[in-house]
Write a protein that binds this ligand. Sequence first.
Ligand code: XMP
Length: 521
Amino acid sequence: MMSLNLDLDKILIIDFGSQFTQLIIRRIREFGVFSDLVSHKKIKSSDIDNNIKGIILSGGPLNVYQLNKKIFDKKILSLGIPILGICFGHQILSKFSGGKVKNSQHREFGYAKIHKKNNSLLIKNFFKKKNFNKVWMSHADQVTKLPKSFKVIASTNNSKFAIVENKYKNFFGVQFHPEVTHTENGKKIIKNFIFSICKMKKNWLPKNQKFQLIQEIKERVGKNKVICTLSGGVDSSVVAQLLNKAIGKNLYCIFVNTGLLRKNEEKQVIDTFKKKLKINLIYINAENKFINKLKNISNPETKRKIIGNLFIKIFESYAKKIRDVKFLAQGTLYPDLIESKSVTGSQTAKIKSHHNVGGLPKKMKLKLIEPLKFLFKDEVRKLGLELNLDKDIISRHPFPGPGLAIRMPGLITKEKIAILKDADHYFIQALKKHNLYHKIWQAYAALLPVKTVGVMGDNRTYEYLCLLRAITSEDGMTADFFEFKKSFIQEISNKIVNSIKGINRVVYDITSKPPSTIELE
Ligand code: XMP
């Protein structure tokens, strides 16, 4: 089964492929309780240990009446652990407890009005005074006969058994989705299940995570050495600081300056990690190597590959000099882990080859250490604050591995990099000055390989075109452009054109993703 090696009490989600499974985990964690996921195909009753204080059966695209017996290990239902079934999870719980499920003529998709019929611990503070609520449904099948000892708690017009319970076994089923925000007071159902029914205590707060993770690293690593690449981004910074607190001088951080970083970034990384946090930092200035390798290259994928490969080569040559290293630390996050384990996960077309420190030195036979593999991005940020990292680092916009190279379509030259660094710097400074930086998910300047004519004073200019991009997004998968006021756009355009020799025109990118991507290459 999946990675249940964190020694904490938890609510286990058994995933049947619902698009909302991540949301259930997030809701539980927002209450400060640890929750993890496992695929219905992998879990066996013998995997259920004492840490599991409650189980949630997720929704999913399957049909209860078409299931083969292997869909789910039925013995899990006789372990005496409280269970909440959501949508398909509710149907399978009813079916396996002796009830009936059928395809219904009354499919419910979207809002439904739910009426209270009986009291239950599960619905404490869920219904408002009038004993009805709006809930969000997404199902074609429904429970048509309740199993023995189950009671109806609430119904909609089309689903008689919209909330049900078996008080003796602590089994609960809801046909709607309490985890989505469209369900009024949906969080109350989750809260009641985890605290009133499963009796969980809060154990997933940044402070606990910090102690827990540091302890685990200490136990796993012992007196061995760990290497870690530092990029200056949030994830690698938090990984480095966690390891620093856990093993101190046995951590070796390698920071490669590709020359394609944001303005002054290398100085910031050295100041923060070497000087302030006293982390063992190996700084490698490889600007010239990267520029030379990228000479005459304008194809985006070739650029990405050259940068990725050279990065690995440099990293390896320095890592080899540190003797007896056993571990490589990586900033893998929870969504990376569950996406690859998802029961519905499908292959997506390759849009761009991402450069990540990820699967780096396979040849070096290092063991991986991934301290953030249980955390979502916002949890990583909170943990970073708990570890005393600067807010500036923690709340920084994402920055791609290949850096400014992919924000400069066409050829890469030292002159163009210098111009772009300044333009980007002025843009970000202006966003901060106007309190816009944190309203935007990612913003940057790019330099287009076009020169246009302008006039400054009485002189003709013939200089580059600067493109500004600022987007709002949840996770970088989809994005919309940010709507600036005219005064801001005007101010930043003036600042860039007036201050940077080499740019005489500024444009603002107003495409969303899709159809565009966030980066230009
Ligand atoms: P795109 O351009 O694909 O970008 O819409 C989505 C998000 O991913 C970042 N990005 C990268 N991050 N290595 C990274 O670590 C890469 O090679 C890479 N390429 C794009 C991009 O900045 C945006 O946040």
